[in-house]
Design a protein around this ligand. Structure first.
Ligand code: AP5
Ligand code: MG
Length: 224
């Protein structure tokens, strides 16, 4: 589970780790934004919630996750990004893990406030492939254009300053206590102070930590 404040690097690191491990990267924010882009009834319902920096309802997000975790590509491991982010979601996930053959680890990405603001205000994303850039730290080769597919890069609707402040507040009040809830449920919590590390170093550090606790994340194939 990749856990941390908005802009802490969950998406960037998740994309790198998925290449290292072969595990699918399941980001609830991406799943919700996909519904909004496709203008499904769920997407239309969620649009104003995300644009306001509020959280989507627990039962809805949890159902989406339980459904996705049932796919065969999750059998050998998976990376959750942005879930759980409330106590009910955390309790539901702890229950989901119990009796299943996984060794869950929560990776808490720590980044200080000013760096979070710098990252979110400079973020650009590709609406086609989901690639994440930053105007200063990881710019695209041609300004405003995705390196992979040439699409025009966009600013996320919830990266406007007033929404960012609301998202940070939501994180502080509703999401921050989740790490402790999981720890109390016997789930390993590993914190990484990564505000001054580049994305490759963050992914390497996570890989090293997971190897050290005995869960080698060398590319795994599905169980026979
Ligand atoms: P979500 O999409 O999960 O947003 P978030 O948690 O606010 O996190 P972000 O995606 O903004 O940041 P990130 O940590 O992924 O950072 P990134 O890698 O992009 O959720 C959006 C919304 O959906 C929520 O507000 C809520 O409404 C809803 N939602 C989602 N999940 C939900 C749930 N479980 N329950 C209820 N509602 C839910 O990096 C940010 C920038 O920094 C980029 O520009 C990147 O290039 C740069 N960067 C990254 N790493 C580094 C580094 N090491 N050094 C320098 N720059 C870096
Ligand atoms: Mg993200």
């Amino acid at each position: 589970m990749l856990f941390g404040a908005p802009g802490s690097g969950k998406g960037t690191t998740g994309k790198m780790l998925t290449k290292l491990t072969g595990w699918p990267h399941l980001a609830t924010g991406d799943l919700l934004r996909e519904q909004i882009t496709r203008k499904t009834s769920l997407g239309l319902e969620m649009q104003s919630i995300l644009a306001a920096g509020q959280l989507a309802p627990d039962d809805l997000v949890s159902r989406m996750v339980w459904d996705r975790l049932g796919w065969p590509d999750c059998e050998a491991g998976f990376l959750l990004d942005g879930f759980p982010r409330t106590i009910p979601q955390a309790e539901g996930l702890a229950q989901w893990f119990s009796g299943r053959n996984f060794r869950p680890v929560l990776i808490h990405l720590w980044v200080e406030y000013n760096e979070i603001l710098r990252r979110l205000t400079g973020r650009r994303t590709c609406p086609t492939c989901g690639a994440i850039y930053h105007l200063e730290s990881t710019p695209s080769k041609v300004p405003g254009v995705c390196d992979t597919d040439g699409a025009e890069l966009t600013v996320r609707a919830d990266d406007r300053e007033e929404v960012v402040l609301q998202r940070l507040q939501t994180y502080q009040t509703q999401t921050w206590p989740v790490a402790e809830t999981l720890r109390k449920n016997g789930i390993l919590v590993e914190a990484i102070d990564c505000g001054e590390m580049d994305p490759e170093s963050v992914a390497d550090r996570i890989r090293w930590r997971l190897d050290r606790i005995g869960g080698s994340i060398a590319k795994k194939s599905k169980p026979e």
